[in-house]
Ligand binder design. Structure first.
Ligand SMILES: Cc1cc2nc3c(=O)[nH]c(=O)nc-3n(C[C@H](O)[C@H](O)[C@H](O)COP(=O)(O)OP(=O)(O)OC[C@H]3O[C@@H](n4cnc5c(N)ncnc54)[C@H](O)[C@@H]3O)c2cc1C
Length: 440
């Protein structure tokens, strides 16, 4: 409907995609963003390169609703059917972002996340979207025919920052009362994100806005983050990177297996392979279940070959002391730790290793077991698991079941994806879906 006034709370990935979509359909769109610029998190994505979608788009890459096993949810299945990878690529090509693909991961051809944000903002400007930065939404009230939004203008950051951010206040429809004002709109889309990387603006305030209007929140926790383990064991290993196969077990049962880069830190485990396991690992740790990561440091050797190849190496390099024997196969600090954990003296001659020694070594190398003792917080996490309960959301439209005319999109919802462009894909796609429905 032309001239329908739609407020979008939060100018992140979901909010900007929603703003463009609604504005293209003729709505009068007002984005309220409490930071001094929109899209701060977009700039940090993909190590500054923005991995904005993925060629393999499948419900199994998401955790949604109470389906904690990374399995199907009607909301995700329906969204991915309507907004597959091609549709997201087309949306970005139309605003000037040419894709560059590597192993299925899509980045802008320029390799810069800033380009993605620049093009989104330019399209908002072209369409006349009103972007109000330094505008903190404090409350949303249901009134006849729509919503009244209480906005606090953040004075300290306002001067100068407004110019830098290029924000516009074309309509002048925010009536200022001191530092708070009220905005009357027909529809509202909540795109406040979760709590991950709070420095970019997602401070969890969206949950209070949702709860005030009767929505349930599935307890949030950080995901795509590092896992903590015994610091005494890991301090000497900090800085080591290796390509491994890692599997997560919960109460002894294997849950998920991933291959990729592992980083050892003084806190424990990090790197993409750990991020991919982090959601179920943190979830089970929070449930006080026995949570372990099992690392195979030789994934390139077939399981059945490992023992034979170690024996062959012993025969070839039997003249070396054990402390030198594993160098060239593993980083030295890691190798020394492996010997220690296998109970083998460093000065021992490699030729003295009998089959029992080799078998002990094999099990440390291919099943390096790490009990998870904790996880890194929101400041180090890429995403928030949990959020607005999907039972309160209509799967096709992202409209609230409790409050008609109110929509949700992006990370504020109880949906999170694995690494690989899935979280941004969900943010863009849900933003578009909510905006299309809000314009109907
Ligand atoms: C370091 C890092 C790297 C990442 N890399 C990738 C990647 O390469 N690929 C990928 O797919 N995903 C990546 N992610 C995840 C992805 O960035 C997020 O899932 C996605 O940006 C979420 O979008 P959103 O719009 O829902 O929330 P956000 O981007 O968090 O935006 C929410 C916005 O709402 C504003 N806001 C919140 N509350 C209020 C309020 N009360 N009033 C006004 N404004 C408010 C915030 O300031 C913020 O601008 C990464 C995340 C991080 C932290």
């Amino acid at each position: 409907m032309a001239n329908r006034r739609i407020a979008i709370v939060g100018g992140g990935a979901a909010g900007l995609a929603a703003a463009i979509t609604a504005s293209r359909q003729g709505a009068h769109v007002i984005v309220l963003e409490h930071k001094d610029r929109v899209g701060k998190k977009i700039l940090a994505t993909g190590n500054g390169r923005c991995n904005y979608t993925n060629a393999k788009m499948d419900p199994s890459c998401f955790y949604a609703g109470d389906q904690r096993g990374g399995v199907d949810s009607p909301l995700i299945t329906s969204l991915l059917k309507r907004y597959p990878t091609e549709k997201i690529l087309d949306f970005f090509t139309e605003i000037g972002i040419e894709p560059s693909e590597r192993d299925g991961y899509y980045y802008p051809a320029s390799g810069q996340a800033a380009a993605v944000l620049d093009c989104l903002r330019a399209e908002c400007d072209r369409l006349g979207v009103e972007i109000h930065c330094n505008s903190d939404v404090l409350g949303i009230q249901l009134v006849t025919g729509g919503f009244r939004i209480k906005v606090r203008t953040i004075e300290s950051e306002q001067e100068g920052a407004a110019e830098k951010s290029g924000r516009t206040e074309k309509s002048g429809k925010i009536e200022k009362r001191g530092s708070t004002s009220n905005l009357k709109v027909d529809r509202v889309i909540l795109c406040c994100g979760g709590q991950a990387s709070p420095v970019t603006g997602s401070d969890g305030s969206g949950y209070s806005l949702a709860m005030d209007l009767g929505h349930r929140i599935v307890t949030p926790f950080p995901a795509l983050t590092g896992l903590k383990a015994d610091p005494k064991r890991f301090k000497p290993l900090a800085g080591i990177r290796a390509r491994v196969c890692a599997s997560l077990t919960v109460d002894g049962k294997s849950i998920r297996q991933e291959e990729g880069e592992l980083q050892l830190t003084e806190n424990g485990l990090s790197g993409i392979v750990i991020f991919q396991l982090s959601h179920p690992a943190i979830y089970s740790h929070l449930q006080k279940k026995k949570t372990e990561i099992h690392i195979n440091f030789l994934p390139q050797w077939a399981e059945g070959d490992v023992f034979g190849r170690l024996r062959q190496r012993r025969d070839q390099l039997g003249h070396k002391e054990l402390q030198e024997w594993g160098v060239g196969l593993f980083p030295k600090k890691l190798w020394l730790q492996m010997c220690k954990e296998a109970g083998l003296p460093l000065m021992m001659s490699a030729s003295q290793m009998d089959n029992r020694c080799l078998s002990r070594l094999q099990s440390v190398i291919t099943d390096f077991t790490v009990p998870v003792t904790g996880y890194l917080g929101y400041d180090r996490a890429q995403v928030t698991a949990g959020g607005v309960d999907l039972r309160d959301i209509i799967a096709e439209t992202f409209e609230s079941k409790k409050i008609s005319g109110m929509y949700f999109a992006g990370e504020i919802l109880d949906v999170d994806g694995i690494c690989g462009g899935y979280n941004l894909h969900f943010a863009w796609a849900s933003g578009m879906a909510a905006a299309e429905a809000a314009c109907r």
